[in-house]
Design a protein around this ligand. Sequence first.
Ligand code: NDP
Length: 231
Amino acid sequence: MARSVLVTGGNRGIGLAIARELAAAGDAVAVTYRSGEPPEGLFGVRCDVTSMSDVESAFDKIEAEQGPVEVLVANAGVTKDTLLAMMKEETFTDVIDANLTGAYRVAKRAIRPMMKLKRGRVILVSSVVALAGSAGQTNYAASKAGLIGFGRSMAREYGSRGITVNVVAPGFVDTDMTADLDVAAIIKNIPLGRQAAPGEIARVVRFLASDDASYITGAVIPVDGGLGMGH
Ligand code: NDP
């Protein structure tokens, strides 16, 4: 039977590439979306990860449609960049709420059914800036670093239940999130000399969700063209 997968923020960008990759591998894939229409061929559930009641009702719908979530990809994320000296408290807490507390909300809702299944895969989408830091992104980097401690703690809590928890740390990926950045300036620091395509992140997530990754948990996997080397 197809595994039940949820990719948050799977309606575009890296999340959509992950959703398509897992669907092509034979999984039943649900994605969250906040507005408009969900992508063709995927089960869309309207859900803002900053709302626990949205998360609850999304999981209820997914469980009814395709069974308990066996692979959870917490990918939804936002940036609100500005220097700390200018950063309002809500600019900090909004980003933490979506990127870190959002992952808590979906993982919290997913974990009991996974424990019952006695198997599960949780993959958290962090960033190279979690460990390297990034000027103008104290809020975002803190949220992404938080995912590492969160994920590793989960890995320790649920390893004995057959659940693995891993973190993927992409570098500079060609999506809406990076559309306004100065590509030429950034790629100077990337050993591979280019941005990643979303599919290059998706294929690593597919591996972590597969049987081939059965003995990997608590890992932080850089997918950054060498940008974060040494961290
Ligand atoms: P995009 O801006 O293209 O997409 C972001 C996705 O997250 C959208 O699907 C968006 O949904 C969803 N999302 C944002 N906030 C919420 C929310 N509160 N509730 C539900 N969904 C939400 O970004 P990317 O595809 O580039 O990023 C995906 C992940 O990868 C993010 O966590 C990002 O931080 C991370 N990342 C990206 C990198 C890059 O270079 N692009 C590098 C490293 C990490 P909606 O369509 O409704 O807005």
